[in-house]
Design a protein around this ligand. Structure first.
Ligand code: XMP
Length: 524
């Protein structure tokens, strides 16, 4: 039985962060919309109520019946969660007393409260509330205050119910992680035994039970998620796993051969399919980014389906879906829930009558990497930057031609190998990457982009009229937002020189200094 914490999401932008904090302390947790409470099985050791864009006083404010939870399980209300309990359990919430946005200084009033064990008496927290708790709920008492808000945190006597108006999950709440840890470990009694190795043992056992002697097909992309999913399945069902790796003719230099080779080292049963010509023929003269993506997606399905049909008796399709792709968030309208789903081979399961197996659906991205390391997968595979399904086609603006692909591949190779060879650590590594001792491992993602226009230059004594390469390097946590990386000038100077000297057809190199939003990571 895997002990866990249940997080009920009321739609806050930062609910996922509560989950991340718990996982970082090896406590398993699941996020569910407030109106879809799962069965309260004994493995659930406590419940956290998230923040929300709503005021509890709104007519449409999300409501949850806590009668099976409050007083029965340890409970922590955060922001909206704390106001919700005040409003519905005998207190009062007012919109006109004190609003607080941003940093605030919290003073712990009850130093014996387990929520604040090991937390400084005065510490910085992050506030974001327009409403204030004017009167505490029945049987509650204040445990911490700020200068403007007396009831900044409270607990209810006789229950393990705690509430904080600030957001302990965001990094601006300097000792917030300690408070969440206190809740999970001291108050809920979680042991914190959710480790990559324990995950591997449990999931391999589950997969064995679930799949028995069935055959499974998996589309490998060379990326971290599908690789880790494949190795886990291989451990569980061995040669009944059939992997398909498609060369769409749009991969980076030597990528198909290199990745195929490393898969063989991992003992995976992989069929490499060379479909470059087909993809390029479907992309001929297509210039619109969306049409390019659609053409590639449809061709991928066509190729994959044809290969999969050769594997007689396959019943399952495995996918490298990870947790952020499956979390349902509480929709803004409260009752309606949006699902963000991302399936690289969308459309296939229904078409081919396959059941879906997703061994990584409980994991965040960095956890997938940790599991990969626990499985002994090589650093080169685990630390690979994300790479989009449509591949270089969306980094080559306009129509895709063999010649332009050659230029882009060569320029990308110079850029990426230079990042790998530049020994140093950026001060703001994007994810806790224990392996980072060079630029490549210190950033989230990088690549070269070929612009669709030529400009004038001078090479030797000759006038040149050639293409421009843009370089992109970003840090990010999940790809949803990203900052451009402040790469050292000396590095940029060297890469620019190397690209112009070595790559025929390029006479100019630019560096993309836009963040997401408003730009996106990929150019198309
Ligand atoms: P954008 O360009 O939307 O990219 O800022 C965010 C992240 O998603 C990756 N990406 C894709 N991945 N199929 C994928 O598997 C796609 O069609 C796709 N488009 C973008 C992108 O590389 C970045 O990591």
């Amino acid at each position: 039985m895997q002990e866990s914490i249940l997080i009920l999401d009321f739609g806050s932008q930062v609910t996922q962060l509560i989950g991340r904090r718990l996982r970082e302390m090896n406590v398993y947790c699941e996020i569910h919309p407030y109106n879809k409470i799962p069965e309260l099985t004994p493995d659930i050791k406590g419940v956290i109520l998230s923040g929300s864009p709503f005021s509890v006083r709104d007519a449409k404010a999300p409501f949850v019946d806590l009668s099976n939870i409050k007083g029965k399980l340890p409970l922590l209300g955060i922001c909206y969660g704390s106001q919700f309990m005040a409003y519905h359990f005998g207190g009062d919430v007012n919109g006109s007393i004190a609003r607080e946005y941003g940093r605030a200084s919290l003073t712990v009033v009850d130093e014996s409260c387990p929520l604040f064990e090991g937390v400084s008496k005065v510490n910085q927290v992050w506030m974001s509330h327009g409403d204030t708790i004017a009167a505490l709920p029945t049987n509650a008492r204040v445990i911490a205050s700020t200068e403007d808000v007396v009831n900044a945190a409270y607990r209810i006597e006789g229950e393990e119910t705690y509430a904080v108006q600030f957001h302990p999950e965001v990094s601006h709440s300097v000792e917030g992680t300690k408070m969440i840890e206190n809740f999970a470990k001291r108050i809920c009694g979680c042991k914190g035994d959710w480790t990559p190795s324990s995950f591997v043992d449990n999931i391999v056992e589950e997969l064995k039970q679930q799949l028995g002697d069935d055959k499974v097909i998996l589309g490998l992309s060379g990326g971290v998620d599908s690789t880790v999913a494949a190795v886990l399945l291989n451990k569980a069902i061995g040669s009944n796993l059939h992997c398909i790796f498609v060369d769409n003719g749009l991969l980076r230099k030597n990528e198909f051969e290199d990745v195929l080779e490393s898969y063989k080292d991992l003992g995976l049963n992989v069929i490499g399919v060379n479909a470059g010509e087909l993809f390029l023929s479907k992309l001929k003269d297509v210039t619109d980014p969306e049409l390019k993506r659609k053409a590639i997606g449809a061709t991928f399905i066509e190729v994959f389906e044809a290969e999969a049909k050769k594997i007689k008796g396959a019943e399952w399709l495995a996918q490298g879906t990870i947790y952020p792709d499956v979390i349902e968030s509480a929709g803004i309208e409260g009752a309606t829930c949006k699902i963000k789903s991302h399936h690289n081979v969308g459309g296939l399961p229904e078409k081919m009558n396959l059941k879906i197996v997703e061994p990584l659906r409980a994991l965040f991205k960095d956890e997938v990497r940790r599991v990969g390391r626990a499985l002994g997968i090589k650093k080169e595979l685990i630390g690979r930057h994300p790479f989009p399904g449509p591949s270089l086609a969306i980094r080559l603006l306009g129509a895709v031609t063999e010649d332009k692909l050659r230029i882009l591949r060569d320029a990308d190779e110079v850029f990426i190998s230079s990042l790998r060879n530049w020994k140093c650590e950026l001060p703001h590594a994007s994810f806790p990457n224990e392996m980072a001792d060079n630029l490549y491992d210190s950033i989230w993602q990088a690549g070269a982009i070929l612009l669709p226009c030529k400009s004038v230059g001078v090479m030797g004594d000759e006038r040149s009229y050639e293409y421009t390469i843009a370089l992109r390097a970003v840090i990010s946590v999940d790809g949803m937002s990203a900052d451009w990386v402040h790469l050292p000038y000396e590095f940029l100077a060297k890469v620019s020189n190397d690209i112009i000297n070595k790559v025929r057809g390029v006479n100019r190199v630019c560096y993309d200094i836009s963040s997401k939003p408003p730009a996106t990571i990929e150019w198309e």
